[in-house]
Design a binder for this molecule. Structure first.
Ligand code: KG4
Ligand code: ZN
Length: 340
């Protein structure tokens, strides 16, 4: 069974080809291709993602990526068994490009099609390299748009335990990076800058969110930006101190929820999950609590179409792999769409 994934919710255009091979683990999917066209250079000048530019760049990239996918894998459209496209949440205009392209492909070749929730895509990214991980799994989704702590009991069965009350973690990284004068990609550059800094130099503390499992980064972001105004030469120390405070809050909330909900596994996903310090800290929490720890390789943490293909496959399977019908294309891009 061959699945084409398509992702255009923000600033990466990505297409993937996955294969489900029966006889292997029930959740195992082989990634034949996961092509990603990043728009980062187009947005660099503006210090952040400009929605109109994002839509235009998706439009330019999507057909060449389809062509490249066919050339690289030798697949033809008639071989496909499923088209999985990100339906939301994300930037409306950006989503629209992927949804229109996905539907057009499905309609013209009579391929079953499923509209995928982008956050569910991130959740399912944890299975791509570890198909046999044990449920229930506590999943921390940390990206530029999301900071959610989700209890996954099964595919499609998600309970949101906590979320950010203000900025997403990646958004806070990006805004602090900008205040520190670091270029895009802000989060990754902030992490690099923090390596040379003293994390105890500034006493930033994230808000105490107990008894909830929520997060908050806006106070921390303001504190780091103000520190930069007062001490503009201490960029590495501010970066390291900000990162320490941000990760301390995550660690605390994750540790509390492990005690309360006793998951078998902790998964982290989303762009910020490629942060090494975050990974090491959460791995240590899991070792202490005897919980399995899973984090996808960085290319599967940031936005990509392999995770969308996976989520689409698991959804279609739950629905008994319906055959193509025009009715299944009756969905629209949805900029706001909570996963749980
Ligand atoms: O999942 P993703 O590619 O897109 C969204 O769905 O938002 O995540 C992008 C976010 C950006 O905010 C970026 O700054 C952040 O992930 N990010 C990082 C790192 N790499 C990417 N944040 C902190 N440390 C990193 N190494
Ligand atoms: Zn994402």
């Amino acid at each position: 069974m061959l699945i084409l994934g398509l992702e255009t919710s923000c600033d990466e255009t990505s297409v993937s080809l996955l294969e489900f091979q029966s006889g292997k683990s029930p959740n195992a999917l082989k990634i034949h291709a996961n092509l990603i066209a990043s728009q980062i250079e187009a947005h660099q000048l503006f210090g952040g993602v400009v929605p109109e530019i994002a839509s235009r760049k998706h439009l330019e990239a999507v057909n060449p990526l389809f062509k490249m996918l066919r050339e690289e894998t030798g697949v033809s459209y008639s071989d496909l068994d499923l088209v999985a496209v990100t339906r939301g949440p994300g930037l409306s205009g950006a989503l629209l490009v992927g949804v229109a392209a996905g539907k057009a492909l499905a309609y013209s070749h009579r391929i079953p099609c499923v509209g995928v929730n982008h956050v569910e895509g991130h959740l399912c990214s944890t299975f791509l390299q570890n198909p046999d991980l044990e449920l229930p799994m506590l999943v921390l989704v940390v990206s530029g748009g999301h900071t959610d702590l989700i209890l996954m009991r099964d595919f499609g069965q998600y309970e949101r335990l906590g979320h950010t009350r203000d900025d997403a973690m990646g958004e806070a990284y990006d805004k602090v990076a900008r205040a520190l004068g670091l270029p895009l990609p802000g989060g990754a550059n902030l992490e690099k800058m923090a390596v040379g800094g003293d994390a105890r130099a500034f006493n930033f503390t994230a808000s105490n969110m107990e008894p909830s499992f929520d997060f908050s980064y806006s106070g921390l972001k303001t504190a780091a930006s103000q520190a930069m105004k007062k001490s503009p030469t201490r960029v590495p120390d501010i970066a390291a101190s900000f990162q320490k405070a941000a990760i301390t809050q995550i660690k605390k909330q994750v540790a509390r929820s492990i005690v309360e909900f006793a998951p078998k596994t902790l998964g982290i996903c989303g762009g910020v999950a490629s942060n090494q310090t975050l990974r090491e800290n959460l791995r240590a929490v899991c070792e202490r609590e005897s919980v399995d720890f899973v984090v996808p390789e960085p290319i599967l943490c940031t936005d990509n179409a392999a995770m969308i293909g996976a989520a689409g496959f698991y959804r279609a399977r739950q629905n008994g792999f319906p055959a193509f019908s025009v009715d299944m294309l009756d969905f629209e891009a949805q900029s706001v769409w909570p996963v749980a």
